[in-house]
Design a protein around this ligand. Sequence first.
Ligand code: 13P
Ligand code: SF4
Length: 364
Amino acid sequence: MQVAPIAFDQFNALADQDAQARIEAAKARLGKRAVLLCHHYQRADVYRHADITGDSLKLSRLASQTEAEYIVFCGVHFMAEVADILSRPEQISILPDMAAGCSMADMASRAKVERCWRELAEVLDPDEKVTPVTYINSAADLKAFCGEHGGIVCTSSNAPKILQWSFARREKVLFFPDQHLGRWSGHKMGIPLDEMVIWNPDLEMGGLTPEQIRRAKIILWHGYCSVHQMFQKSQIDRFRAQWPDGKVISHPECSFEVCAASDYIGSTETILRTVHDEPHTRWIVGTELNLVDRLAEEVKPQGKTVQFMAGTVCMCSTMQRIDPQHLAWTLENLVAGNVVNRISVPAHEAGLARIALERMLDAS
Ligand code: 13P
Ligand code: SF4
């Protein structure tokens, strides 16, 4: 007999240390039936329970390989969707708080991308000339759009490689939703900035003339990450003036000016590895605060100092919603035989999205 799920109300007011103890107890009871995948931006009080940590590419690969019955994703909505799409049908993907979305992913929708595709068709044949490339930070129906139209998914760690894959097939790329990752990756491939144009989805024809569309190599969606837009080149300039031997490392979701002024650019996993492995002892890091705080502690014993790029606190407020209370609630329900907050992508959409994701995994 199905037991009614335990309501979250009973967990809302749970003291942090009680939630920690209950997470540990539930994990012990579930054993190998549940795996906790944790993105690097996750808060410390959740991250400590991770079985596997990683950037989006690593976590999507591991989600496709795990044997666990339950994949509990401590990240944001699109990550749990990817886990559902790439895992076997009998595996269950769970997001402990459904409000953990990604504001950048929300900047592109299927309806707006389809409208863009129709408007491009007034100037050229997009299915012949344009590869749609979606950043993994996007809803499953946009990955399905790419699967359907000869397109592909990319992450922050493989975007230049994915652009090469795309240009080997068609002469132009429509890149959504992150303009900054698209621009930086195009620049790394040697594409001049004036051959990358911005498509504003709120304007007719994206605000572009037919001539601008015909000349463009990459059409960049007008999307961005609200966390990474906080980092400014002036913060790097101040750091360099104070520490001429210091090194700057940034995530490619930062603006072009910040990326161009950095010594290293990389995904969250690359940022961690680089600061750990390179010999330099003073760093400024342009990515989310939970990651930077953890990294600073980890490398302190090596005599390294790591500082956050922005002057103000900027966390990924949506990822922050996965707290110990929601994690305890999710796991105790699993122990009791209830699945709460399942992320399940409809089969047809998942099939098409999987095509675009598998093209990415094969190409990277
Ligand atoms: P990574 O793939 O580098 O972990 O980035 C994910 C993300 O959302 C960064 O904002
Ligand atoms: Fe999305 Fe930005 Fe959060 Fe990454 S940091 S999950 S892009 S809102």
